[in-house]
Write a protein of this length. Structure first.
Length: 113
């Protein structure tokens, strides 16, 4: 079992929603800024959203208004709620601690009709 374990990826139709979850090892939970990244085929991995501390959230432009990052401290889990999904959101989504210090294995999100 890795330090970060993602789940929740799936095939969804355009306009649909998904919630990704990342269970974080208690050995690192709370010690690092938690983020979600994604990597589409043939493209570089890119930041999607981060919990930047004190409950403050950061979103890339393409995620603003559609995606929500949150965390449940009791469950040491970070979530990414994704709404109004578009085909261009298709990618492997990765959870990360410390802006790339630690990575999960990724979970596939496919948006297609």
């Amino acid at each position: 079992q890795g330090l970060l374990v993602e789940s929740g990826g799936d095939l969804v139709q355009p306009g649909g929603s998904l919630r990704l979850a990342c269970v974080v090892s208690r050995s690192i939970f709370g010690a690092y800024v938690m983020s979600w990244y994604r990597q589409a085929p043939g493209k570089e991995r890119e930041l999607v959203a981060s919990m930047v501390g004190s409950g403050e959230e950061f979103y890339r432009d393409f995620a603003e208004g559609r995606f929500t990052i949150s965390q449940d401290n009791a469950k040491n889990t970070v979530y990414l709620q994704m709404n109004a999904l578009k085909p261009e959101d298709t990618a492997v989504y990765y959870c990360s601690a410390g802006y790339g210090s630690y990575w999960g294995q990724g979970t596939q999100v496919t948006v297609s009709s």
